[in-house]
Design a protein around this ligand. Structure first.
Ligand code: EPZ
Length: 419
């Protein structure tokens, strides 16, 4: 199994180009199934999750091919409705086939995702949404089976105990484009990846009002056609490089970052004492003087993103004083704490709070990544740790970061992949 070796101590300097967003590409890929002709999607990152979604589309009969960063999707032979366990267990976003299959084929059979390293990951809101549109849902042998001879528009409240759900909003949006009449989603997720899906569907010919707001109004039954589209930059990859610059006391310019999607991260970094400035076509992040501890509340967008929680923890672990991070989205997303503590960090967990006491230095160690963002955080910690950090289970990282070791090494980091 591959590992990443990082030797800490080099301040990162230079420019890095932010790639296309994984979490925006995945919904767009399934939405392309709703078109009556092929779609061509640009700026698609080369990641394992994108490969897995390509396989999901293949299982449904569609053709998807990624060359360079351009993905062609031909839905002409999309006539199957089952997303099998082997694919759903490697990537939960396979659940998006529920909305797409219901919309186009009136039937969907998707393996139940179950829990994972970051929490329980229920899909009750997805099911509530498609049932409200008229689908009959049964759960048998580990699969969700949904059927609807006709979907009918209605008003659906998608609020859950932890706020809105990105995934449920994606599924209901897709199903609602095929419903008769008007569907109103209240408490829709306003994460940029949902807004991207709204833009994509509207460009295909859908009629969705309220982009970027928690109230989406979908006038169903429009003919959707294949289009050319370019996916937005990945705000979590960008945020991870911002922290890489900050933690190494470096000076990095992120080219192509969408600044408006990074407000919470930029504001928190500024509070800590990091200089974050808009620069020509991007964002410049550099250190100037001492850092201060901070309290970080993880909240739905536009709050500080859960997908950046582990990374900001790596930074705060090196900042003198006591910081508190409160995770409100995923109840079990602190697995990286134990590995960071093995590198000399001083972090204690009390239910949803992590109390981070900054230490003067971290030391390199062999560490085990538990999920995608935890892997990135361990690499960030490794960038400033004394000696070598060996990050194992790199397959988590390859789900969401394209060539991260090459990008970091181009900025001056001592990092390499070992077979
Ligand atoms: C998306 O997951 C992202 N994944 C996650 O990123 C991200 O952490 C999450 O949104 C929150 O921003 C993708 O885009 C592929 P949710 P999703 O439904 O859609 C609860 C990464 O690292 N909930 O918005 O699965 C749920 O338990 C990944 O790239 C219900 O209660 O997240 C959570 O507390 C990890 N019932 C909250 O809502 C439901 O039916 C938000 O989950 C669905 C969700």
């Amino acid at each position: 199994m591959q590992k990443i070796s990082v030797k800490g101590g080099k301040p990162l300097k230079g420019e890095v180009i932010v790639g296309g967003s994984k979490n925006a590409t995945l919904p767009v890929m399934t939405a392309a199934l709703l078109a009556d002709s092929p779609c061509s999607i640009q700026n698609v990152p080369h990641l394992n999750d994108i490969k897995t979604m390509t396989q999901v589309l293949g299982k449904l009969g569609a053709k998807a091919e990624l060359k360079d960063h351009k993905l062609s999707i031909d839905p002409a032979k999309f006539d199957k409705f089952e997303a099998p366990y082997e694919l759903v267990k490697t990537m939960r976003a396979s659940i998006y086939s529920l909305g797409a299959c219901l919309a186009r084929l009136g039937e969907a059979k998707v393996s139940l995702p179950g829990g994972c390293a970051i929490g329980a990951r229920p899909i009750d809101l997805h099911l509530k949404g498609v049932e409200a549109l008229g689908a009959k849902v049964t759960i048998e042998h580990g699969y969700v089976h949904a059927k609807a001879s006709k979907l009918k528009g209605t008003t659906i409240l998608l609020a859950g105990p932890h706020g809105p759900s990105l995934g449920a909003t994606v599924n209901v949006l897709m199903a609602a484009t095929a419903a008769e009449g008007t569907t109103v989603i209240e408490s829709a997720s306003i994460e940029p990846e949902v807004t991207e899906l709204v833009d994509f569907l509207n460009a295909m010919g859908a009629s969705i009002e309220g982009r970027g707001t928690p109230r989406l109004v979908i006038h169903g039954g429009k003919r959707l056609k294949g289009i050319e589209y370019s996916v937005l930059p990945d705000r979590i990859e960008a945020g991870t490089f911002m922290i890489a610059a900050a933690i190494t006391r470096g000076d990095v310019t992120l080219k192509g970052a969408e600044i408006s999607h990074l407000t919470a991260v930029s504001e928190k970094l500024r509070q800590i004492g990091v200089l974050v400035e808009e620069s020509d076509g991007g964002l410049r992040v550099r250190s100037a003087g001492d850092y201060r501890p901070a309290d970080v509340w993880i909240l739905p967008y536009p709050g500080f993103p859960t997908d950046m929680q582990a990374q900001i923890m790596a930074l705060l672990a090196t900042v003198p004083g006591v910081s508190v991070i409160t995770e409100t989205i995923w109840e079990n997303r602190f697995m990286h704490v134990f590995e960071m503590n093995r590198m000399g960090a001083d972090i204690a967990i009390d239910r949803s709070h992590a109390v981070v006491k900054g230490v003067p230095k971290l030391t390199g160690a062999p560490v085990m990544a538990s999920d995608l963002r935890a892997s990135a955080a361990l690499i960030l910690a490794g960038l400033v740790a004394e000696g070598e950090t060996l990050v194992q289970r790199v397959y988590h990282l390859d789900r969401g970061y394209e060539r991260i070791e090459q990008k970091l090494s181009a900025l001056g980091a001592e990092i390499k992949r070992l077979d």
